[in-house]
Ligand binder design. Structure first.
Ligand SMILES: [Zn+2]
Ligand SMILES: [Zn+2]
Length: 245
C-alpha cells in the first residue's frame, strides 16, 4: 500500500493478496490486477489510481513481492463445475445463471444468453423452462479480470459481494460488468483502520457535543443567551469543570 498526498486528495491503492488463487485484488476496482510488471504498472497509472513517481514505484515494488499465477495458469486452475469455491473477498460478484444439463459448465449473466444456449446446444425450447423442470438456475459468479476480453466467469458460493448493486439485474446486454466501483474510488481510499479511526473520532465528537449540550443546558440560567454561550463552551471546554459546580 502506498499513499501520496496531493492537496486534499489522498491516493492510496488498497489491494489484497489471495494465497489460494494467487492473485492480487485491487479493492477499488474489485478486480484482480493482471500479473506482470507491465500490466501492474498500466493498472496503477490508469484511472482511478493515476499513480506516478514515488507512489507508483513503491507500489510496484510491493506487488513484485507476491507469488502470482499467470493469466494462463489462472485459466487452467479456475474453479470448475462442482467445485465449491468460496467467493473471493473484495472481488466483484454477480448474479448469474448456470445451465443445468449434465456436465455443462455454461454460465452467463444474461437471461437471453442462457435461452439461446439451451436452444442451440440441446434444441430445447427456452419457453419450457419452469420451476418444476428448470433448464437453468441462479448462481453467483466472479471473474478474476474484468477488462474486455479477459472476463471468464466461475461459480462461487458464500456471501455476495457488495459490488452487485444496481447494475446486477441489468437487462442491458451490451455492458455486462458493473463499473460503479471505479467511479467510487476517490472516496473509498481510506483503509479499514483509518475508517475505524474516523468512526471513533466521529463518535467521540458526538459524545462531546452531547455533553456540551447537556452542560450548556445546566448552566443556562447563568446567562440568558444560550446561543452565544455554546460556541464559547465548545472552545474552552469549560462544561466539564462547570458540571460539578
Ligand atoms: Zn485498481
Ligand atoms: Zn448447457
Amino acid at each position: 500500500m502506498d499513499s501520496d498526498y496531493k492537496g486534499s486528495s489522498i491516493r492510496v491503492v488498497i489491494f489484497s493478496y489471495n494465497p489460494v488463487h494467487q492473485v492480487i485484488i485491487c479493492q477499488a476496482c474489485q478486480s484482480c490486477i493482471v500479473p506482470g510488471a507491465r500490466s501492474q504498472e498500466r493498472h496503477l497509472r490508469a484511472p482511478p489510481h493515476r499513480l506516478v513517481g514515488e507512489a507508483l514505484h513503491a507500489t510496484l515494488q510491493q506487488l513484485r513481492g507476491y507469488k502470482l499465477r499467470t493469466v494462463e495458469e489462472l485459466k487452467q486452475s479456475k474453479p470448475q463445475l462442482g467445485d465449491s469455491c468460496p467467493a473471493l473477498p473484495h472481488l466483484a460478484s454477480y448474479q448469474g445463471l448456470r445451465c443445468l444439463q449434465a456436465q455443462c459448465g455454461f454460465k452467463t449473466r444474461q437471461a437471453t444468453a442462457i435461452q439461446k444456449h439451451v436452444v442451440t446446444a440441446y434444441q430445447i425450447k427456452a419457453a419450457s423452462h419452469c420451476t418444476r423442470q428448470p433448464l437453468w438456475q441462479a448462481c453467483q459468479l466472479q471473474t478474476y479480470f474484468t477488462s474486455k476480453g479477459r472476463i471468464d466467469y466461475f461459480e462461487v458460493t458464500g456471501p455476495a459481494a457488495a459490488s452487485d448493486g444496481q447494475d446486477s439485474g441489468s437487462s442491458n446486454g451490451s455492458r455486462p460488468l458493473a463499473t460503479t466501483t471505479v467511479t467510487a474510488t476517490a472516496t473509498a481510499t481510506a483503509t479499514a483502520a483509518q475508517q475505524a479511526l474516523f468512526a471513533s473520532i466521529e463518535q467521540d465528537t458526538r459524545t462531546i457535543q452531547q455533553d456540551i449540550d447537556r452542560e450548556a443546558a445546566i448552566i443556562q440560567d447563568l446567562n440568558a443567551s444560550r446561543t452565544k454561550r455554546v460556541p464559547w463552551l465548545e472552545k474552552t471546554g469549560f462544561p466539564a469543570y462547570l458540571a460539578g459546580l
